[in-house]
Design a protein. Sequence first.
Length: 364
Amino acid sequence: MTPHKSSGRLRWPLATDDQAGALFPDERQADRHVGTGEYRGLEFLHVNARKIINSVPGESLPFKYTINAYRGCSHACTYCFARPTHDYLGLGIGADFEQKIVVKINAVEQLRAELASPKWLGEHIAMGTNTDPYQAAEGKYHLTQGIIRALTDAANPFSILTKSTLILRDLPLLVAAAERTEVRLDLSVGTLDRDVWKLTEPGTPPPERRLDAVRRLNDAGISCGVLVAPVLPGLSDRDDQIRAVVEASFNAGAVSVAASPLHLRPGVKEHYFGWLAEVRPDLLPRHERLFAGGAYQPQEERSRVSRIATDVAKDHCEGTTRKPGERQWTYLREFDHLARRHKSTEDAPVEQSGRVPVQLRLMA
């Protein structure tokens, strides 16, 4: 695979560069730190963010504000839709995205200042809409942990989407937050196939560990669902594979499960096709047909994935005894949080997607 090269011009000046022309008024440089020990192979670019709560234009998303303390992601998911944001920063969307992590070192302090502003109305804030807030860098910098504390102190509702079991480190904080405000968590588990997991998400915890985290979070009283995404053509899209992960999610106590097929926007599409040509060239012709019309697969394929998830949900409901007044399973249709993300005040543009399959959510 031919790696996507950086432009050679980093959005932020480095500590050794001329300090003129900084991106933000309170930002002077990106300070480069080379990872050692368990962070060997990673490079951290420290920056000071002018603003940490990013607004999302439009009315179509289930949230209006996001926080992204990190840019780039060591999870190295080959299909990651956020890869082009590194190009926006003047970095490559291949190895750079996986190894050069931008760290907004003032995220917690900046957040507390913004939450205290009389202009802030306490609206819901989503995390994990760009790169994972619990990727490896969080183990070093604890920014997500500090953000949770700040949101809890302000009783500000929030949600988190992650692939990482590191979220369990913050279980006591999340329990405390849920006592003060609305907290919603989701774990992304695209497949139970360990070979596919190792091939496509090499920096993430195994899927069974993620499902265990779903169980532990719900057992602690925090609503946690599962996003089965993306379902990968030729790798994790057989009917039995999709059914298995949806069933396992319900068995782990997930309060909602949604399945979403792979979509490939410009930039990510070229990267993913290059990766396929290297590791699974037999799948390339099929992908070229599926994505000939753009970023999304044909409606027939999207409907198939949705139908499988719906059938499993119905089976699960039919096997559940309910009494009047108890919580009950209800079908909801929602837009995919990831696929439908638009440009925010600090993030590069991402186009809108279609609808996601039926989501089963446990309603009070």
